[in-house]
Design a protein. Structure first.
Lengths: 749, 162
């Protein structure tokens, strides 16, 4: 077995380490990054079967050791931005073994659990497997660059360069390559056409006009006309073809982002605002589209123009060509400077505009709350402030993007002046092979020549803007989706046995939400989950729903690891009724049939009937065709709840979960809902979170959760006999109910 | 109901590191091993500090530790100092980027630290008063009290990410 360590052992304790571990190596080592006294410094704790060795500068000789048999328990105390690994000795002393930032928190937790288990039941190999597991998770480094990965075996974002970014986007263009090539060929054609007129003008000045032949003049003009007609007709067709192709490419991208966003884990949405996701699907793809159009449409044209003109100019007169190249280094230099200045600013503009969309996404659907709290003024003020912040950034960009292009155009114009001067001087001095016609066509070519250069210099601006958006999009496209390790491993039907084995979970490392959860739920059990707000009840449900994957320990469904069951199949077997049901902007019928495509009408009617929803739906003027608003405007809270129960009925699930399903409704509606629930749960494993304990009267098992731990578990009778927390809660609630009943009576009298 | 403490009615003595003992004047009862918690760790500093017992229940709130007796104040503030580690960044030494994962090296009041930023869109939060809050890939927090007061080089590195 290789040594378990979460980093490199600190060099400054190497001597002490070598002295302590001569023959036997530690089972595992936790490397910390803070000194016990505070401040960044190296530290470490090594654990063997019998002893713990802590390395820190504050210990005499930098090392402290204690036998595990002298320890009562160990604990990781998480604080703010740092944590301490404590050991409490048998004689009641508290010893700080190590301090660290959250970077090492998970392994320290595992170490602490291991030591406590050894204290309680002695060393066994099984205990070390749990530690190994945690280290394995921690140890997902990229083999190439050593950077920590999002998860084991994930692709290292560091090791694939920006080139890969283009390959990523090129994927969307590839299906349209024939059309793109046709467009390119048409571009070459139109560019060639555009190069003809200046040559003809030069020819007319030098040959036709001095000759005085009007038939020749007419012929030349007809040739010019033909060239123009051909050029612009082809251009129009090409523009149409390109626009269509560009739209299709970007639509493919948009669809992919949306699809990907659907499969991202909940932890992504915990950290990312809705507004910024919407912004990415809409605005950022538009930016990319603009860039794709610019690149495929204009860039190709301009490149051909550039090369074509350069060749013609050199053929006409290489000396004059050199003169016209003079301003180019300046133009390019300024273009680069421009890009450097404007790039970061576009990023900032993006942040500001995202802030605006986030505010919109919050307050427009939340308008009822805004009005209820007469908060219109402050919302408007906030919006103004965000807009002003955006304007501030935009102003600085506007300044730069206003000045730079003009500066470049000015330089370009100066370039033509140079040609007039040098070419004019050649003609005046009567140099060989120089004519007025040559100069005229040269000046036209030169002004055509600067346009592509100007374009490429400006392209940088668009490119920078695009890069910012591309990164944003890749943020979603490259984010890891929910893992579905068990894809296509369908079992016939989930029986509904749920087991939690030593499950620990935290949203981020700063606070443990669930710790050491051990729970077995048999098929057909009706389990009430009880606990104060914030005790971890809903998180427990979130884990069963597999919204989060990065818990420690195991969750088994019918004896199978949850992570190894096909996710979509598994979720299809769960009926989930939330406290605030989400209604989609669709008809009542489609809202009920939401998870069941191709549902039969009577199936839906039956589900609505079981859910006690059919009655009120049939009384609505539009009945099952009633359109529900964004948040279910038009039906009451209790009615929405019944629709969502009908939705759960449709799935015919093996496991049913009710998260405070009756918390937000009056007692009569509660009765209706309760009735529906009772009909629904027969023969299915049911988990119910409830504040009102009276709703749990059918439960054959009660789980009391407190501060992320299960403190009581058993039948209601057992728990009542225990006189613990559940007993207390029942007492409080029945007292409250009695008081209410008494008040009611008094009122009646 | 919340018990507020304004200042001189309590005496705070040292317990162990992040814990303190509290005694009300005129009462013999001594509350042992209370944990002071900032109610506004990001915005409020040492104003509104809750005292929690070992069960995590709040016993009282100190409105402002500055109004405590000097001895008591010293004890509680050092306990808070111990609990809350939000390194204040004074200078940026280096920011390297490879494909939008950043390694930042910064000088803080706790020493020099190198940390990883996965996505500066979500990890770097500028506030309107010039403060900047940073959360690294390991969920550790850092703070820049006023980015406008950083040296020119650090500002140049940071500003594009705001």
């Amino acid at each position: 077995m290789c040594e378990l360590i979460n980093g490199i052992f600190p060099e400054k304790f190497r001597e002490e380490y070598d002295r302590v571990f001569k023959a036997e190596k530690p089972l595992f080592t936790v490397v910390g990054d803070l000194a016990i006294k505070g401040g960044y410094s190296d530290s470490a704790v090594c654990v063997t079967k019998e002893k713990i060795y802590a390395f820190d500068e504050s210990f005499t000789e930098h090392v402290f050791s204690i036998g595990i048999k002298d320890i009562k328990k160990t604990k990781v105390k998480r604080m703010y931005g740092n944590a301490i690994f404590f050991a409490e000795t048998v004689d009641g002393k508290k010893i700080r073994l190590m301090r660290f930032t959250f970077a090492s928190a998970n392994v320290a937790d595992a170490a602490s659990d291991f030591i406590n288990a050894v204290v309680e039941e002695g060393y066994s190999d099984e205990l070390i497997y749990a530690v190994e597991n945690t280290y394995e998770k921690q140890r997902s480094f990229c083999p190439k660059c050593g950077r920590k990965l999002q998860s084991p075996n994930a692709e290292c974002l560091n090791c694939k360069g920006k080139g890969k970014m283009f390959t990523k986007f090129a994927k969307y263009a590839l299906p349209y390559k024939t059309k793109l090539i046709i467009c390119m060929l048409l571009s070459v054609f139109t560019t060639g056409m555009a190069l003809i007129p200046p040559y003809i003008t030069g020819y007319m000045v030098d040959k036709v006009l001095p000759s005085g032949q009007s038939s020749m003049l007419i012929r030349m003009i007809l040739v010019l006309l033909g060239v123009y007609i051909l050029q612009y007709t082809v251009s129009a067709y090409r523009a149409y073809l390109l626009r269509l192709t560009g739209d299709k490419i970007v639509l493919g991208l948009k669809k992919d982002i949306y699809e990907k966003a659907q499969y991202l884990p909940m932890s992504f949405y915990d950290k990312t605002s809705t507004g910024s996701v919407i912004n990415r699907v809409n605005s950022d793809t538009a930016v990319i589209q603009n860039f794709v159009m610019k690149l495929t449409q204009e860039a190709v044209v301009q490149l051909f123009t550039l090369v074509g003109i350069l060749v013609i100019m050199i053929c006409l007169n290489w000396k004059l060509t050199l003169f016209s190249l003079v301003p180019i280094p300046l133009v390019v230099m300024i273009g680069r400077l421009f890009g450097k200045k404007i790039g970061p600013r576009y990023m900032r503009i993006w942040r500001r505009s995202t802030a605006i969309s986030t505010l919109l996404a919050d307050t427009v659907p939340g308008i009822r709350v805004v009005k209820a709290f007469t908060n219109e003024k402050s919302v408007v003020k906030k919006f103004d402030a965000y807009c002003d912040a955006w304007l501030e950034e935009d102003t600085s960009v506007a300044k730069i993007s206003g000045i730079f292009p003009q500066l470049m155009t000015f330089l370009v114009t100066c370039g033509t002046l140079i040609i007039w001067f040098s070419g004019g001087s050649f003609i005046i001095s009567g140099a060989d092979g120089f004519s007025v016609g040559l100069l005229v066509s040269f000046v036209s070519y030169a002004s055509m020549f600067y346009t592509p250069i100007n374009f490429f210099a400006n392209l940088n601006d668009v490119y920078q803007n695009t890069l910012a958006s591309a990164e944003k999009i890749l943020d979603i496209l490259d984010a890891e989706p929910e893992h579905d390790f068990g894809k296509n491993t369908n079992t016939e039907r989930i029986e509904g046995k749920i087991e939690f084995r030593n499950v620990n979970f935290s949203f981020d490392r700063s606070k443990k939400v669930l710790s050491n959860i051990n729970l077995t739920i048999e098929p057909g059990d009706i389990v009430g989950i009880v606990g104060t707000t914030g005790s971890g009840k809903s998180t427990l449900i979130n884990l069963i729903m597999r919204y989060y994957d990065d818990y420690e320990g195991e969750i088994l469904i019918d004896g199978k690891n949850l992570r190894e069951i096909d996710m979509s199949y598994y979720r299809s077997q769960i009926g989930f009724v939330q406290q605030e049901p989400m209604m989609f902007k669709d008809t009542v019928f489609n809202n009920i049939a939401y998870g069941t495509p191709n549902a039969h009408v009577e199936q839906v009617l039956r589900a609505a009937d079981v859910a006690n929803a059919h009655g009120f739906i049939s009384r609505l003027p539009d009945s099952y065709d009633t359109m529900l608003g964004e948040r279910g405007i038009g039906v009451s809270g209790g009615e929405k709840q019944r629709i969502s129960i009908a939705r759960a009925v449709m799935k015919n699930p093996s496991i049913l979960i009710f998260d405070e399903a009756t918390a937000a409704v009056d007692s009569e509606t509660e009765h209706l809902i309760q009735e529906a629930i009772e009909r629904l749960i027969r023969g299915r494993t049911t988990l119910m979170i409830a504040h009102r304990l009276s709703t749990l009267r059918n439960a054959n098992k009660i789980v009391v959760v407190d501060k992320g731990e299960i403190i009581e578990c058993g039948t209601p009778q057992e728990l009542m006999a225990l006189k613990g927390k559940y007993y207390k809660l029942i007492q409080i609630q029945s007292m409250g109910e009695k008081l209410q009943a008494k008040k009611k009576e008094e009122n009646f009298e | 109901m919340i018990n507020y403490i304004d200042g001189s009615e309590i005496k705070i003595t040292e317990n162990d590191g992040i814990f303190v003992d509290v005694q009300f004047y005129g009462s013999d009862e001594k509350l042992i091993g209370l944990e002071p918690h900032r109610l506004f760790p990001r915005s409020g500093g040492n104003k509104y500090v809750a005292l929690l017992n070992s069960e995590g229940e709040q016993l009282a709130i100190i409105r402002d530790t500055a109004n405590l007796m000097p001895e008591s104040r010293k004890v509680i503030e050092s306990a808070l100092e111990e609990y809350y580690m939000i390194p204040r960044i004074t200078r940026f030494i280096e920011m390297t980027e490879k494909f939008k994962i950043w390694m930042w090296t910064a000088e803080t009041d706790h020493g020099v630290i190198k940390f990883e930023i996965r996505n500066h869109m979500t990890a770097v939060k500028p506030l309107y008063d010039g403060r900047v809050l940073i959360i690294d890939a390991n969920d550790n927090r850092y703070e820049i009290p006023d980015y406008r007061k950083l040296d020119k080089r650090s500002r140049k590195m940071l500003e594009p990410k705001l």
